[in-house]
Design a protein around this ligand. Structure first.
Ligand code: IMP
Length: 194
């Protein structure tokens, strides 16, 4: 086996780092993830894809980074709310949290509670390379109440389809197998053939 491919993951979110490290360990012996804690400004754009792409472009411009790198942007899209909070998920979580989302959903029943979690990974082989995007989604619904002690962010209110369990009721390993982030990251590994 040759040397491992070293890739930098840029984020300030320790929960994302844990998930990505666990994914890398579980999925491939040929990748080594290095974490770079860097707080790049997150643009408020209308699509999660655009946020991930422009964040990667910002880093290409501003930083002297010598290895391949990626970052990711994620969001919760509630169908009955036309995809809200979507690209504004971090802002909305900070302002109203899971309790606020449950209040917004108070009169929604059955199908109206459907939601999609989405991650867009933006990968650059080098500073000179334009970002390549990988999208992963997970379908589910907004739970009636906050449940589970694991995970982070919206995990306690996102019930993965057909399981009756929120992401916060799953271990990191279980969540990674089915999550939006797991799916996007595995697409990156496929692209890199590692
Ligand atoms: P961002 O990708 O860091 O912009 O995340 C947007 C918002 O969604 C933040 O409030 C995160 O805490 C939350 N978030 C991102 N990924 C997940 C996840 O896998 N589960 C639950 N919440 C998440």
């Amino acid at each position: 086996m040759g040397a491992k491919k070293e890739i930098i993951f840029i984020t300030t979110n320790k929960d994302k780092v844990k998930e990505i490290q666990d994914l890398a360990d579980a999925e491939s012996k040929r990748i080594k993830i290095e974490h770079l804690e860097y707080d790049y400004p997150e643009l408020q754009l209308a699509e999660i894809e655009s946020v991930a792409k422009e964040s990667a472009n910002y880093i290409r411009e501003k930083m002297t980074i010598k290895k391949p790198f990626f970052l990711e942007d994620s969001g919760l899209l509630i169908h009955a709310l036309n995809g809200f909070p979507g690209p504004f998920s971090a802002f909305v979580f900070d302002k109203i949290g899971n309790e606020g989302i449950l209040k917004l959903m108070a009169d929604k029943k059955g199908e109206e509670r459907k939601a999609t979690f989405k991650t867009v990974v933006a990968f650059c082989e080098s500073r000179k390379a334009v970002p390549v995007l990988f999208v992963g989604t997970a379908e589910g619904e907004i739970a009636e109440e906050i449940r589970g002690g694991g995970g982070f962010g919206y995990d306690p209110i996102f019930e993965f389809e057909g399981t009756g369990k929120t992401f916060a009721e799953l271990s990191t390993e279980e969540k990674n197998k089915i999550s939006h982030r797991g799916r996007a990251f595995r697409k990156l590994l496929d692209y890199l053939s590692i």
